[in-house]
Design a protein around this ligand. Structure first.
Ligand code: GLN
Ligand code: ZN
Length: 755
């Protein structure tokens, strides 16, 4: 049976593309060197797939930064501010991706947003009043030809018109429908070009179809494709992923597509839709059965059973990934520290090719169960995997409603905390990390390599903490932090100290542009054997009379920034993590830490794409998981949390329901728009909306911050307001931080005088 891949990772086995692009930014690499490297990466990626006999290999899944940005450029959606720089094409492209500051001008980058329910971020195309949408680029055609010259007839991939239009920003007062005619014309031209080049199948990605659609959206979708497919000369695959297309399944199968790609992994209703509403015999079904987002080996017994069910509806099947393999690391080959036993359970992009090939073969066998590939696969799923911890499982199973309720209630605690902590009005604080200067990273690296002793390592960190405390006292902050110098990353740090996690060395996944993350793997049941953060927090507290905030990462963020298990539910997994962090909270409290911040930076990451699923599939356990962590503390212990995105207008009640005492969040870049939402919803939790943007090296003036505080005070009661930056300071330089925080404190003091 034929196999297909929706898209392949482009960053390279060892992040070659990242380093080449960054080298180009720094001027260490010429444009030609960069282009050559890109070409050789594409070649390797195509040949990898060819070797595994993948029948439908994608082209144009390569990108120097992001595929949505590529599509915007292809269609001439280039805001004037970038055109005016007068840069060469590639540099204009990078200016859109990351801003430009130089002799040609000073412009911000396009906005960046999370790509559906992944941790990948795309650049938001910006349509302006006089944008003339039309096909102007050549990238997809060039890459198709490039592969053809290597003897590989690829299926070119392009982001679909509806997805593009719905994700794009447009002039005020315009609906996306305004642009349909122009966009359809451009896509007609694209299809026409591919037909001319001899492409046998073009893949159009419309992930937007798995989200909640209105009647107008569906109508618009039909209009677009009726026109687009009317006189096409090339076959078209409509590819969907990240869920099922329940809102428009009937319309999709009625349109004259030649092939339809459906996601059977994340699409809860996909199989049902196919069974109940049928599948046209004249089309190919690209069945997404190999998970493109997670790293666990496919369970062949389950997948073959699924394929059998699909085959009872249609025989015209291609075995496909569930989404682009962009969301998993490249290869297991470079992992030297995972045991052979562990590796047997994982498949990264390259290994998934093998999996596709094996499944493609097994599905055609009369007796697949006799086959060696099947049997060796099944040994993994029929035996108990190491890493089970029955005690922790029993604890989770025994949780009752009371375990998620902190008493006394918020208002009572609030009063007690005010008495106990005696903080001034508008307390000032930071989000936790202080600059991770090169000496800090060097110290960690040396310790990891065994070049210094634990004692040397710790002494250095203590010195850093002491300096950090002195600095904060001097600046005049009210609630201090220890600075997080011992942490590489807010999830990895905790993962390393908890039982049940597994770490990779080179398993990078693109997050945006040249930035990659290396998520830990939740391998087994999670437990904590000893305190993790207590010693450093206690040390910091011993140096000052001011309160020092303990600093933890919350269970939902730990789950959301790891590769989750597939053999137990998210809910069970997050409660296990929650119980471990809860123990840490109590140990901090015992050690005399009276304020504890539990970061939930990534709370929104796994929020389902469809509103109907928000509660049942996510919020109903994510919010309780946080409550579980802090429910046993004393009334006078103040629990803080922090969130990175301020876009939680729709779930503001649930955020309040986390029942923290104080929440800080990113707000300065969104014009403080959240403040109205807080007010309208009678938000009870005390809040610290960030008063300046930490993503920029700019130092905000006293006046500027004072104005922000005054704006906040107009909407938020002074007894509930905290003053802090938007997020942690770890990526900033020391001098900016000192200047910014000094201004923050001064501005707060000025405002206090008027209260
Ligand atoms: N406490 C963390 C820090 O200050 C929070 C980071 C985050 O929100 N991403 O770095
Ligand atoms: Zn943050």
């Amino acid at each position: 049976m034929a196999t297909s891949v929706i898209g392949y990772p482009r960053i390279g086995k060892l992040r070659e593309l990242k380093f080449a692009i960054e080298g180009y930014f720094k001027g260490d690499k010429s444009q030609n060197e960069l282009l050559d490297l890109a070409q050789s990466l594409r070649k390797t990626h195509w040949q990898d797939q060819k070797q595994s006999n993948i029948r439908y290999i994608s082209s144009n899944d390569f990108s120097f930064y992001d595929a949505v940005l590529d599509t915007a450029c292809l269609l001439n959606i280039i805001p004037k501010r970038y055109q005016q720089l007068g840069l060469a094409e590639l540099d204009q492209y990078f200016a859109m991706a990351r801003g430009y500051q130089g002799d040609k001008g000073d412009v911000h980058a396009l906005a960046m947003k999370k790509w559906f329910n992944t941790n990948y971020h795309y650049l938001v195309p910006e349509i302006e009043e006089d944008t003339e949408i039309k096909l102007v680029g050549k990238k997809p055609f060039n890459e198709y030809l490039e592969a053809k010259q290597l003897g590989i007839d690829t299926k070119p991939v392009i982001i679909g018109p509806l997805t593009l239009l719905k994700l794009a920003k447009r002039p005020k007062g315009q609906t996306y429908q305004t642009y349909v005619a122009a966009v359809v014309k451009a896509y007609q031209d694209i299809l026409h070009n591919f037909a001319q080049l001899g492409a046998s199948l073009v893949q159009i990605d419309e992930p937007i179809l798995v989200t909640d659609l209105t009647q107008q959206d569906i109508q618009c979708f039909e209009n677009i494709y009726q026109t687009l497919l009317a006189d096409k000369q090339v076959k078209v695959l409509l590819q969907t992923y990240f869920g099922d297309i329940r809102d428009c399944y009937q319309q999709v199968i009625n349109l004259p597509f030649d092939a339809i790609g459906l996601d059977f992994v994340e699409g809860k209703l996909t199989l049902d839709l196919v069974k109940k509403q049928g599948f046209p015999q004249d089309k190919l079904l690209f069945a997404g059965v190999v998970n493109g987002k997670n790293i666990w080996r496919n369970n062949y017994a389950k997948t073959l059973a699924l394929l059998e069910q699909i085959q009872s509806i249609t025989q015209n099947i291609v075995i496909n990934t569930s989404c682009s393999l962009l969301h998993v690391p490249y290869t297991l080959q470079n992992e030297t520290k995972l045991t052979i036993a562990q590796k047997a359970y994982f498949t990264f992009a390259q290994e998934k090719l093998q999996e596709l090939a094996e499944l493609g073969e097994l599905v055609t066998q009369k007796n697949p169960k006799q086959h060696a590939n099947y049997q060796s696969n099944q040994t993994l799923f029929t035996r108990e995997r190491e890493g089970t911890n029955q005690t922790i499982r029993d604890k989770v199973a025994a949780l009752t409603a009371q375990d998620f309720v902190r008493l006394p209630v918020f208002t009572e605690r609030e009063a007690l905390q005010k008495q106990a902590l005696k903080l001034p009005l508008l307390p000032t604080t930071t989000i936790g990390s202080f600059p991770q200067t090169s000496d800090v990273r060097l110290n960690r690296a040396k310790f990891k390599k065994g070049e210094i002793t634990l004692e040397q390592y710790t002494t250095f960190n203590q010195q850093k903490i002491a300096d950090c405390i002195t600095l904060q006292e001097k600046i005049g902050l009210d609630v201090l932090v220890h600075g997080e110098f011992e942490r590489n990353d807010m999830v990895e740090y905790f993962g390393e100290s908890l039982n049940g996690f597994v770490f990779t060395e080179k398993a990078w996944v693109q997050s945006y542009g040249t930035r990659c993350v290396k998520p830990p793997i939740i391998w087994g049941d999670i437990s904590r054997s000893k305190p993790i953060t207590v010693a450093y927090s206690q040390y910091a507290q011993s140096l000052t009379d001011k309160p020092v905030k303990g600093m933890l990462t919350g269970p939902v963020t730990i789950l959301n920034w790891s590769f989750p298990r597939e053999d137990i539910s998210y809910k069970d997994s997050v409660f296990q993590i929650g119980l471990a962090i809860a123990d840490e909270v109590l140990d901090l409290e015992k050690a005399g830490i009276n304020i504890i911040q539990i970061d939930e930076a990534a709370l929104k990451e796994k929020l389902p794409l469809r509103k109907a699923d928000w509660h049942s599939e996510y919020l109903d356990w994510a919010i309780p998981a946080f409550r579980l962590v802090h429910r046993k503390v004393k009334p006078t212990t103040q629990i803080h949390t922090h969130m990175c995105y301020s876009e939680f207008d729709d779930i503001i009640k649930e955020i309040d329901d986390m029942d923290a005492d104080v929440i800080s969040f990113e707000a300065s870049r969104s014009n403080l728009s959240l403040i109205d939402v807080l007010k309208a919803n009678h938000f009870k939790t005390e809040v610290g909306p960030g008063v300046y943007d930490i993503h920029s090296p700019r130092v905000p003036s006293v006046d500027e911050i004072r104005q922000v505080i005054e704006k906040l005070l107009a909407k938020i009661d002074k007894s509930k307001l905290w003053i802090n930056p938007d997020c942690g300071l770890k990526t900033r330089g020391e001098s900016e931080v000192i200047a910014s925080l000094t201004n923050l404190v001064k501005a707060t003091q000025d405002v206090r005088l008027e209260l």
